[in-house]
Design a protein around this ligand. Sequence first.
Ligand code: AMP
Ligand code: ZN
Length: 465
Amino acid sequence: MEEKMVLKLLNTLSRKKETFKPINDKKVGVYTCGPTVYNYAHIGNLRTYIFEDILKRVLQYNGYRVKHVMNITDVGHLTSDSDTGEDKMEKGALDQKKTVWELAKLYIASFKQNMSDLNLLSPEIWCKATDHIKEQISLIKKLEEKSFTYKTSDGVYFDSKKFKKYGKLAKLDIKGMQEGARVAKNSEKKSITDFALWKLSPTDKKRQMEWESPWGKGFPGWHIECSAMAMKYLGETIDIHCGGVDHVPVHHTNELAQSEAATGKKFANYWLHGEFLLINEGRMGKSKGNFITLDTLKETGYSPLAYRYFCLGAHYRSKLNFSLKALQGAQNSLNNLNKTIYDYDDPTEVDTQYQEKFMKAINDDLNMPQALALVWELVKSDMETGKKSATLFEFDKVLGLQLQESFDKAEEEKAEIPDEILKLAEDRLEAREQKNWAQADKLRKKINKLGYNIEDAKDGYHIKK
Ligand code: AMP
Ligand code: ZN
């Protein structure tokens, strides 16, 4: 397709669908907040990463070269958003009787396995908070020089009142928040929306992760890592920044404030947020004890791609309720799709009319439910099957359901069937055509005895080991 279609994305900043315009003509920088590696990712977290993977694939499908940066939070994410509580990593290490470094290694590996199981494209750059302490310290110094910070007995804080547009992303009602918090106010924070940039190590306890800094030994606050690493790898203004909706009022609000305060420039042109995965209508959360991992689904017999298919069935900005029944529905649909394609001819040419409709759906703020509906419309159409497979494999560049891989595997399996079995299958087909059901049945049993299964299909039969 020569003519370029407009890509529209809902920008949290304006709450409107906007036409996407990158800073550079062909290159797009995307920063996605990555996992905090003190535990396994749950399938709610993974829903967000699936949405981000779709975004990346849609950008690529539109001809952009995407530089995707994902961080790994391996320090400094406190158990509460108000800068109190323990560091999730230090607490996780203690609970699980591991060092923090072991903990990070274990859960990073598990996260990367989840990504590969779900067919998520790898980011161009992975970056760990602990590898970027220097960058975080220099960003805090810059904020200090510009008088956006103040010190307390436990660290260095961002003075949110000094940043006039504080809260613009979340449209926060700061006055209301302050009034609500007055009763519980007990910290040295000047304002409820101020947040830690650097926390000092406690004097009575030895932390496993701590670094020297101009303000004393300690560790960075959670938000500063994303600003420091996003700017290091993507520049002071980036094209797209994403995460789950829970990041809007705190984490992304604070990232935006400290970045724009430091540079005086707009931090991200587009902010995209994925809605929650729910379970029994409540949010799935790491600390809520209701979380399901991808490995559990695998052990129960579901394929990770069925979970991906399940997520594609809802728009990324809609809440999605998880149940095994619904997942089973997705697994059945995906199996049916693969089975149907298995009967198709080898791919010939892509149908441009369908491709255009597909592009329209995905470019309308990633409307994947509509894209999936189009898949089934195509399957049910009377198009020749070589064109169908070519078009579906083209769609799969965005869907990421590995349709071609499964088609190729089936072809290989077909090629591996011994001649003896193929001969029996042909004889059986002939018997069926002559309506000699008894003979056909006899031949089926013979095939089964030799360790193969035969299933009837529109164009003949399928044999499987
Ligand atoms: P975390 O590892 O807790 O920092 O979370 C990783 C990502 O998952 C973040 O972008 C969160 O916004 C997102 N997230 C957390 N809980 C859910 C959920 N129930 N559904 C979808 N995304 C979630
Ligand atoms: Zn972040």
